[in-house]
Ligand binder design. Structure first.
Ligand code: DLL
Length: 440
């Protein structure tokens, strides 16, 4: 059977009418709220404090009566605080990447592994993975959810899985060429790293490999970086979103129309709230993503505050036929915004501007120096090829001008040679905050 470039793994649920989706959501929401109330001390306590009982959830809108759950709630009750099933039912454990502190453990029963595989299979099918594809999985198979998430989904589709994990970039290129990898899965920034290594080996990724599709996520990646990856590899890219607390990758992905990421709504209820006040926002309004899990078995989460910034797109039928709501690409995190002399700056905004310049290479660094008198923003960027000192100065001046015009900050920009700045096999660490106020 010939499968189209992009197809639905489970059309009876992916293209179902909105009425049915919402009916499924309400039924599952009521069930999960009863479950956590009856089986988890912390949820029961929080709901009692808020004066809400499971019976009060009569419509989907009633979700707003429920208390939020935060990363801090999970952290202070580690390791087992939010489990709602006996530990003997747990078949797998993963953890958050710990970018905001200590890793938080998350737990899976065999039902969870099945559901995670389902949403990942739907996501990979949306990106066009079929059983004839060779999928090279570059995130690690570890407490990090990246490797296993892609694995469970690809196994359901029956694609040929190459579970290589991160690093050993030369070997990645070798394997990719020998096995004829057609799809690459990973962290966006690693696609750039791999391309650099390929060129060092005399391999042009756009011509000398069969990789034509990539599924990337796990960190913010701007539209400019995306364009760059697509052109270097001659590939179509798909943006996959997820987090350990919500199974892992697979909460949402864009379809072939690339106009937002479909959230698998029979598994999650998505809301967007004002990160400061917690007020629920309307579609199109930008704020913090909040998810309620509808099918998680071991560790369901009610109104989980992700700290990720996005918006729910105004509901319109997508041309792909999927009826599940779409969110915008992630713009940043509530905790990675930094403030320069009172102006709020999102790293994505900086990345979009610098990566949009054709003379800028693959890496950059943002250094914020907080002094008692003022904050100074340094931006170091690599040029795409080695430049003369004069050309470096000219590029730095141009970028500083662009950043000042668009972000209302006055950064000091330095252009350095290609290959000078640090590379990362996992999530990139490009922002350095130096506090020299003496206040900390
Ligand atoms: O990063 C899961 C994942 C693996 C997603 C592979 C996609 C691909 P955590 O380590 O728990 O889980 O980190 C979750 O990563 O809250 C976001 O801030 C960020 N993130 C994940 N996907 C995206 C994306 C995995 N597509 C945190 N765009 C989340 C931007 C993303 N940020």
């Amino acid at each position: 059977m010939k499968m189209p470039d992009s197809w639905m793994y489970n059309p009876s649920l992916e293209a179902v009418s909105r009425d049915v989706i919402e009916r499924i959501q309400l039924e599952r929401l009521r069930e999960v709220v009863h479950r956590v109330y009856n089986n988890n001390y912390h949820y029961r306590l929080k709901m009692k404090e808020r004066g809400v009982k499971p019976e009060d959830i009569k419509t989907l809108k009633d979700i707003e009566k429920l208390p939020y759950t935060t990363k801090e709630d999970l952290r202070v009750t580690q390791p087992f605080g939010y489990l709602v099933t006996p530990f003997e039912n747990i078949v797998e454990v993963h953890g958050t990447s710990g970018t905001t502190g200590e890793p938080i453990f998350v737990y899976y029963t065999s039902i969870d592994i099945e559901n995670w595989g389902e949403i990942m299979a739907r996501s990979l099918a949306a990106a066009g993975l079929t059983k004839r594809d060779v999928l090279q999985i570059t995130p690690s198979f570890s407490l990090f959810t990246g490797g296993f998430g892609f694995y469970y989904g690809a196994r359901k589709i029956g694609a040929t899985v190459v579970p290589i994990g991160p690093g050993y970039s030369k070997r990645q290129i070798y394997v990719m060429q020998k096995l004829g990898t057609t799809m690459l899965a990973g962290i966006a920034n690693y696609a750039i790293r791999l391309a650099e290594v390929a060129f060092e080996m005399g391999v042009d990724p756009s011509k000398d490999t069969k990789v034509r599709k990539g599924v990337f996520g796990a960190e913010m990646w701007s539209d400019s970086l995306r364009k760059k990856i697509e052109s270097i590899w001659n590939m179509e890219t798909y943006d996959i979103y997820g987090m350990a607390e919500l199974y892992g990758p697979g909460t949402a992905i864009d379809c072939q129309y690339h106009s937002g990421l479909h959230v698998w709504e029979d598994h999650f209820v998505v809301e967007v709230v004002d990160p400061r006040t917690g007020d629920v926002l309307e579609p199109e309004e930008k704020g913090e993503l909040v998810f309620t899990t509808l099918t998680k078995d071991a560790m369901p989460l009610i109104r989980y505050r992700t700290r990720d910034i996005s918006r729910i797109l105004d509901q319109k039928q997508c041309d792909c036929g999927r009826t599940h709501k779409k969110i915008d690409r992630i713009q940043g995190r509530t905790d990675d915004m930094f403030i320069i002399n009172g102006v709020n700056i999102w790293p994505t905004a900086v990345e979009s501007i610098i990566m949009g310049d054709p003379l800028v290479g693959n890496e950059y660094q943002i250094i914020v120096e907080k002094k008692p008198s003022e904050d100074i923003l340094f931006i170091r960027v690599e040029s795409v090829t080695k430049l003369s000192e004069d050309a470096k100065m000219a590029l730095a001046k141009k970028l500083a001008y662009e950043l000042r015009e668009r972000l209302i900050v006055s950064p000091i920009v330095e252009v350095v040679d290609p290959g000078t700045l640090p590379r990362f096999d996992g999530k990139a660490k490009r922002i350095i905050i130096k506090d020299v106020t003496g206040l900390k």
